[in-house]
Design a protein around this ligand. Structure first.
Ligand SMILES: Cc1cc2nc3c(=O)[nH]c(=O)nc-3n(C[C@H](O)[C@H](O)[C@H](O)COP(=O)(O)O)c2cc1C
Length: 175
């Protein structure tokens, strides 16, 4: 069986300063069935080439959104990309079936430690609860939401633990 054609949408406002997101993007770049696509290098004013992005989505069966957790949500660069690319008639609406049957894999990292993402923790909600808008987005667009893959405590993670995390991420995309 051949591996799943996978598009990794890398959404970091400043990838040159990234430790986690950049490392994860690097960890899968050489996989033959994986396309790593940096969306921060978008056109002037954050405008993306919608037709090109939509074609990339059509050409892959598993879509990964790889992003740092910013203000309890996706970074602005990913929100802007979603707003522009997941259009009516493409991603939703009567004829908007282009994403139906694909898998959406969310991959993120948070500054807060794991125990802060709990009802009795500093952030008051679990990451799964905070991800519900993206769960709803997957549902509306006919995509199956895979179990999110998250790294907590990004600012203090050791090089060893980051290395293990990157290997686990690679293994996740290997089939
Ligand atoms: C603008 C901004 C907002 C952030 N908001 C959050 C947040 O709401 N919760 C959290 O746990 N970490 C937050 N962080 C920390 C980032 O999630 C963390 O630095 C990032 O995952 C590290 O990944 P990177 O090395 O790829 O940048 C924020 C960081 C920035 C720069």
């Amino acid at each position: 069986m051949s591996a799943t054609r996978t598009l990794v949408v890398v959404a970091h406002p400043d990838l040159a300063t990234s430790r986690i997101t950049a490392r994860l993007a690097d960890a899968v770049g050489d996989l033959e069935h994986v396309t790593v696509h940096d969306i921060a290098a978008a056109g002037p004013g954050g405008r993306v080439d919608v037709a090109r992005e939509q074609q990339l989505l059509r050409d892959h069966d598993r879509i990964v959104w790889l992003f740092p957790w910013h203000w309890y949500s996706v970074p602005g660069v990913l929100k802007s990309w979603i707003d522009q690319v997941l259009t009516y008639g493409f991603a939703y609406g009567a004829d908007g079936t282009a994403l139906h049957g694909k898998t959406l894999q969310l991959v993120t990292s948070t500054g807060g430690p794991a125990d802060s993402y709990a009802a009795d923790g500093f952030n008051r909600f679990t990451l799964a609860q905070l991800l519900t808008p993206l769960d709803a987005t997957a549902h509306l667009t006919g995509m199956r939401l895979a179990e999110p893959f998250a790294l907590f405590g990004a600012r203090t993670v050791s090089d060893e633990d980051l290395s293990v995390h990157a290997k686990t991420f690679r293994a996740l995309l290997e089939d």
